[in-house]
Structure formats: structure tokens, C-alpha cells
Ligand binder design. Structure first.
Ligand code: SER
Length: 635
């Protein structure tokens, strides 16, 4: 096989080396290395998790000045819950690291395409003959032209490597027709958080993109077995032959009421999945065959009494992917643990699904997920110290959840035994078992089989679809209600959050720290450390302190400084930044009358008097030793 040749000639680069090489490469091009933001979005209600590198940087793409400069590079932790069902196909994972380089109104297409191409060919040593690219074909309805500029750059880059790269408009059933550069429409070559131009809310940034694909070879076994086999190949199809390894988004537009406008600045948002880059660089056609997963796979082979990954692809991939995702989410310093709502629900689903596939592998041991978690933590702890710091929390949560799931299975079993008396299991019944008892469909199916009964799978899927559509529209509703943009209301809530935190500290004491925050156009939400329920008297006091600050109309200002200095002068904030990096410190008040100092990206109002009267509308528990308040501006 071609890949063995590749492997024997080249030094096999480990995934950690690839990450480092990428960061160093762009550091050499004057980029500041910035740390990954948390997986849980701050002040961005549009999604439960950070799903792309650009999400934590939206403000800067829209024009705020980033303290580290105009050229940034990072590896961002990402999680895409929508890919849960895809896991098991050898190329999808829910959690992944997105390597990203960023131009905030600095360089553009020429530099970006050249640099990434150089990184792939000269630094990773990928075979240029296996690289294919796509570009945006333009759309006159939205007034955005065909990206001939990128095509000219690509042709030149390929030419320098001795390849005459022809370009062509993609068309169905046509195949590759000897081309290397393909024009696609906005369904494939446009990027924004909300997808195609039509779906973008006003104020959302986006732009055409250019993707790069790697050809795993027409002889790929997976390709032969694919349902697409026999159809002419195109690089964006799902047959498995081609895999996307990087996407350069030319983010220079913003959606307006009437169409699109140019942003204040031309940005580059590049994203490339570290797992996929490791895969192609290591000459593999399966992400799970890279060095990244090898110790977890051995661990699982031992646990399952010697079952081999090669013979049990899907269960191995699901278990390792899901536990890795759950570990990263729970270790993210936000105290997320399995529950029935929001992020916690996703964590619960991940763990339970992993356990259920563990049953399929015949794992006999109780409370085994912790053992895989330990391996994952060991693999990543040097680069993500939070995993080690929160190891005890993560492992105890896993154990708790395993116990709960065992109990749920027991109860579900009782329920199942009642239902089965009446004969076959309807779709609705299977769905109820799933929804209210946490009983995975596959288990219902297994049990039914043992009892010689049938389950209405189609009926179950219909029920599930109905349910998903409902939750999707809730998510879409959330999306509409306010993005992390600089809109007036969210800016006001942002400042109000600082005021409330300081007021809480004044009333409840210095052990209060912010644990999380989430802002929509309608309300703010603030989680903070405190061991018990607040009395109504305390709530009144906090409100009074906060509203006095608003009444006093104090100035809000910021200063950029090194993190060490910010810490020294007592600024509050999440210290995710590495030593030497610049941060912004927002101050409310002046001189002797300073009320709050927080490390924060902004934006904020100029004076507290711009805010309405703050009203706390809810106080509740968020997780152990953490309280949550919601507040609005009273009219
Ligand atoms: N935002 C783009 C993506 O997620 C590139 O980083 O693909």
C-alpha cells in the first residue's frame, strides 16, 4: 500500500509534535500564541459548546482590538454534539482540537493560502499530489463575486510544485475530470456560525472560504465498500476517499437588514482539525489509528477481555470518543457534571452511550469508565493542566453516573418487563423508555430480541425526530435572541454582570468568585461560588449596592497590561492566559472610588448611568457550592 511506503520514508510525527509545529510555524510568521478558550461559551447563548475556533474570537473579528495583536494562532478545544451519531465512521469525533490562525484586519488571501500550503507540504511533508482545493463560486443574489483571486493563488502554488492545477465548476456526476481546484456554491464554500448566507442573523460575520482536501486514494477499502462506489468521485462527497483537512475563511462580510456589508476589517479565520492532520500525516485513513488514541485503545482492549479494535470498530470509537469528550467538558473549570439540562445532559448522554457500547464489548467490570478517563487525562495533561487539576472531580462524576445508570437500567428493566406482557414494543413505548428512564434504544432492542419480541424502530425514530425538531427550534430561538455581538442590550448586561459580581462580593464576602456567565438580549445569568441559598435580605442588599453604582454614574474604562500586573493589582477574572500575554482590565469607578476591576475582553458601556435599574429575578443552585442568579433591567 502506498501509505506504508510513506510511513517508512518519513519520520512519523506524533500529534503533539504536529500541534507544536503548527503553533511554532505561525509564531515564526509573527503570530502570538494564545491559549484555548473554555469549551463552555462565555456570554454567548447561541450554542452549548464552543464548536469552532472563531466562536470565542467573534468580538475581535467584528473589530474589537485583541490585546495580543492582529496575528494570533491557537489550538482551540471544540465540541460538536451534533456529530454524536457520526462517531464510528473513522473520521468523526465529538471533541476535537481545531488548529487556528487568525488575521484580524491584517494579512489576507495571498499570505494565508501560501502559508498553510507551505505548512502542509514542506513542514508536514504531505504529498502534494494528494491535495485538492475548493473555492467559492460567487452568488450575484447577495452581491458576492466568484473567488478568482484564490484560484490564481492556488494555481501559482501548485505550479511551484510542478503541478498544472486546472480549475472547474463542480457539477454532479462529472467526477474529477483532471482538475485540482473546484468552485462550489455557498452550501460548501461559505462559512459562518449559522451556515449559509440566508440563515445568518443580522450582525453575524461570515465569508467565502477555501478548503483543502487530502486524497486517501482511490484504492481505499472503505471507498470500495461505500454506497457511493461506482459514482464519479468528487472531493466533497462522503465516500471516504477525500478528507477535508483545513479551511481558510475570508471573513470580511457582515449580514445586514438588506444583505451584506464589508466588515470594518478583512479577517482570516483558518481552522484545521488536529486529529485529521495527524491522521493524514501519519499515513492513516482512520483517525483512531493515530498515536493519539493508541493508549486508550490498548486500555479498552484489556478491559474487554482481549477484544480487538480491528474487529470492533464502532464500539471502540464511540467509547473512546465519548469519554474523551465527557472528560474535557467536566474538567473545564465550570463545574459541569452529568444532569438533565443543557451541557450536563450532553455529558450524561456521552457517558451512558459509552457504557452501553461497553456492554456490547462484554466489559464485565463495574465502574470502568474511570480507567479510560485516567488514560485520556495522562495523554493530555501536559498541554491541558486542567485535566490533571480536576481529575478527582471528573473521576468521581464518572463513577456516580455509572452507578445512576446501573440503577436506571434496573428500573427500566422493570418497566420493560411490564410493557412486554402486552407483546411487541411500540415506537412510543421505546421512546418513553429512552426519554424518561434513560434507557438507550439499543438496549430495548437487545432485550426485545432476547424475549422474542419486535421493537418498532421506525416508530421510535419518528418520535425521536419529533423531539429533536422541537429542541432544534428551541436552539434556533436561542440563536435569534442574541449573539455574542456588540449589540446594545448585551453590552449593558455585560457591564451589569461586573457590577453584580462586585456587589455580591461586597455583601457575601471575598470567597465569591465568578464561575460562569451567559448573556442574552433579555437577561443576564451569573454563576458564582457560594455554599448556600441567598436570603431575600441578601438579595435586596446586593441589588441595592448594584443600583447605587448605577445611580452614581461611574465611568467604565479599560487599560491593557501584562497578566502579571493585572493579577498584582487585584483584577478578577479567569486566568487562562499564559505568562507574558497582554490582557484588558476593565475598571468601574475612578481614583479612590474603584468598585470593580476585571480582566475581560469587553465591550462595555462608557458610564454605569447608561444602565437601567438591575433586578434579580431568580436565585437558585447551579451545582455543588455554586449559586446562579438571573437579572434583568427593571423598567
Ligand atoms: N471557522 C471555520 C471552521 O470552523 C474555520 O476555522 O471550519
Amino acid at each position: 500500500m502506498a501509505f506504508d511506503v510513506h510511513a517508512s520514508i518519513c519520520h512519523i510525527m506524533k500529534f503533539k509534535e504536529i500541534r507544536k509545529k503548527y503553533l511554532d510555524f505561525f509564531k515564526g510568521k509573527k503570530h502570538a500564541i494564545i491559549p484555548s478558550a473554555s469549551l463552555i461559551p462565555e456570554n454567548d447563548p447561541s450554542t452549548l459548546f464552543i464548536g469552532s475556533g472563531m466562536q470565542p474570537l467573534v468580538l475581535y473579528l467584528l473589530g474589537e482590538k485583541h490585546p495580543a495583536g492582529k496575528r494570533l494562532v491557537n489550538s482551540q478545544k471544540c465540541f460538536r454534539a451534533e456529530d454524536i451519531a457520526e462517531v464510528g465512521d473513522s473520521r468523526h469525533t465529538t471533541f476535537f482540537e481545531m488548529l487556528g490562525n487568525w488575521s484580524l484586519g491584517d494579512y489576507f488571501k495571498k499570505e494565508q493560502l501560501r502559508w498553510f500550503f507551505e505548512f502542509l507540504t514542506d513542514r508536514l511533508g504531505l504529498d502534494v499530489n494528494r491535495l485538492y482545493v475548493t473555492v467559492f463560486k460567487g452568488n450575484s443574489d447577495i452581491g458576492i463575486t466568484r473567488d478568482e483571486e484564490s484560484v490564481a493563488i492556488w494555481r501559482e502554488l501548485f505550479k511551484e510544485k510542478g503541478i498544472n492545477a486546472k480549475d472547474i465548476d463542480f457539477s454532479e456526476n462529472q467526477g474529477l475530470v483532471g482538475s485540482r481546484i473546484f468552485y462550489y456554491d455557498e452550501k460548501k464554500n461559505w462559512w459562518s456560525r449559522s451556515g449559509v448566507p440566508l440563515n445568518m442573523p443580522v450582525g453575524e460575520p461570515g465569508g467565502p472560504d477555501s478548503e483543502i482536501f487530502y486524497d486517501l486514494g482511490a484504492d481505499l477499502k472503505r471507498h470500495e465498500n461505500s454506497p457511493f462506489c461506482g459514482q464519479p468521485c468528487h472531493i466533497n462527497c462522503d465516500c471516504g476517499r477525500f478528507i477535508e483537512i483545513g479551511n481558510s475563511v475570508f471573513m470580511e462580510y457582515v449580514k445586514t437588514e438588506s444583505g451584506f456589508e464589508k466588515l470594518k476589517q478583512r479577517n482570516v479565520d483558518f481552522g484545521g482539525g488536529l486529529e485529521r492532520l495527524a491522521m493524514v500525516s501519519q499515513g492513516k485513513s482512520n483517525i483512531f489509528e493515530t498515536d493519539l488514541f493508541s493508549s486508550a485503545i490498548s486500555g479498552l482492549e484489556n478491559l474487554s477481555g482481549g477484544k480487538k479494535y480491528q474487529d470492533n470498530g464502532k464500539p471502540f470509537e464511540v467509547i473512546i470518543d465519548h469519554l474523551r469528550g465527557a472528560v474535557f467538558i467536566m474538567a473545564d473549570n465550570k463545574g459541569i457534571c452529568p444532569s438533565n439540562t443543557e451541557q450536563g445532559y450532553v455529558v450524561r448522554r456521552l457517558i451512558r452511550r459509552a457504557i452501553r457500547y461497553g456492554r456490547e464489548l462484554g466489559i464485565k467490570k463495574d465502574l470502568w469508565t474511570k480507567e479510560i478517563a485516567e488514560i485520556i487525562i495522562k495523554d493530555y495533561r501536559d498541554d491541558y493542566p486542567d485535566l490533571e487539576n480536576n481529575k478527582n472531580f471528573v473521576e468521581s462524576q464518572l463513577q456516580e453516573e455509572e452507578k445512576k445508570f446501573q440503577r436506571a437500567l434496573g428500573n427500566g428493566l422493570k418497566e420493560f418487563n411490564k410493557i412486554k406482557i402486552a407483546g411487541n414494543i411500540s415506537g412510543r413505548q421505546a421512546f418513553d423508555l429512552y426519554q424518561t428512564r434513560g434507557f438507550p434504544f439499543e438496549i430495548t432492542e437487545e432485550l426485545a430480541k432476547e424475549n422474542g419480541l419486535k421493537v418498532d424502530k421506525i416508530g421510535f425514530e419518528e418520535e425521536l425526530k419529533k423531539h429533536q425538531e422541537l429542541s432544534r427550534s428551541t436552539i434556533a430561538g436561542k440563536f435569534k435572541s442574541g449573539l455574542a455581538d456588540a449589540s446594545e442590550e448585551t453590552t449593558k448586561f455585560h457591564t451589569a454582570t461586573h457590577i453584580l459580581l462586585a456587589a455580591l462580593r461586597e455583601v457575601l464576602g471575598g470567597s465569591v468568585f465568578q464561575k460562569g456567565s451567559n448573556i442574552t438580549a433579555e437577561r443576564l445569568r451569573l454563576d458564582f461560588s457560594y455554599p448556600e441559598k441567598l436570603s431575600s435580605e441578601q438579595i435586596e442588599k446586593v441589588q441595592a449596592v448594584a443600583n447605587k453604582i448605577i445611580q452614581d454614574d461611574l465611568p467604565v474604562s479599560f487599560e491593557e497590561m501584562g497578566l502579571e500586573k493585572a493579577k498584582k493589582q487585584g483584577a478578577m477574572g479567569v486566568f487562562e492566559t499564559r505568562y507574558g500575554e497582554k490582557v484588558r482590565v476593565y475598571t468601574i469607578g475612578k481614583g479612590k472610588n474603584i468598585f470593580s476591576e476585571e480582566i475581560c475582553a469587553g465591550p462595555h458601556v462608557k458610564r454605569t448611568g447608561e444602565l437601567g435599574k438591575i433586578k434579580i429575578i431568580k436565585e437558585e443552585s447551579s451545582s455543588a457550592r455554586t449559586r446562579r442568579i438571573k437579572a434583568i433591567f427593571a423598567s
